[in-house]
Ligand binder design. Structure first.
Ligand SMILES: [Fe+2]
Length: 165
């Protein structure tokens, strides 16, 4: 029987089973990146108080940085012959970073929550790195380092910004 997904099987020299494991890790990271992007925007829109301008602008920078990674993550999955997310529902099924739909969140809680979320993303990226290296997918491995560095930078900014005095 013909494989209905044959048209989406980009040729690759990497082991098919290995790339599926890599794709799974990357699709999880992609879902979390969209969840974190939206939460960062949510807080950008709803932050309040005397530091409004600083927080509002910082969160916008961070959201833009996260969003910029999403296309690259999805295309790494496609370049190695697998399929990626297709919908908001797909994101919701895979995300491990939790939404925050609270009516009001204090600025301090916003910064703390985002710092923890970014550190959780760093942990997921480090786990993915091991899987990717095992699969000898060196292009994904190299770019994972960049995403890790960016998430660590966001956690650093959120940590310093949230310190009192
Ligand atoms: Fe804005």
């Amino acid at each position: 029987m013909a494989d209905p997904n044959a048209a989406l099987k980009t040729p690759t020299d990497l082991n098919r089973n290995d790339t599926r494991t890599v794709a799974d890790a990357l699709n999880g990271i992609l879902a979390d990146s969209f969840a974190l992007y939206f939460k960062t925007k949510n807080f950008h829109w709803h932050v309040s108080g005397p530091h409004f301008r600083d927080y509002h602008l910082m969160l916008d920078d961070q959201a833009a940085q996260i969003l910029a990674t999403t296309d690259v993550i999805a295309e790494r999955v496609r370049k190695t012959g697998n399929t990626t997310l297709r919908s908001v529902g797909d994101i919701a099924r895979r995300q491990t970073i939790k939404d925050n739909d609270a009516d009001f969140v204090s600025p301090a809680d916003m910064l703390n929550e985002l710092r923890e979320d970014n550190l959780a993303l760093v942990a997921a990226l480090r786990e993915a790195k091991e899987i990717v290296d095992e699969a000898k997918d060196n292009a994904t491995s190299g770019i994972l380092d960049e995403w890790t560095d960016q998430a660590e930078e966001r956690a650093w900014f959120l940590f310093e910004t949230s310190r009192k005095g």
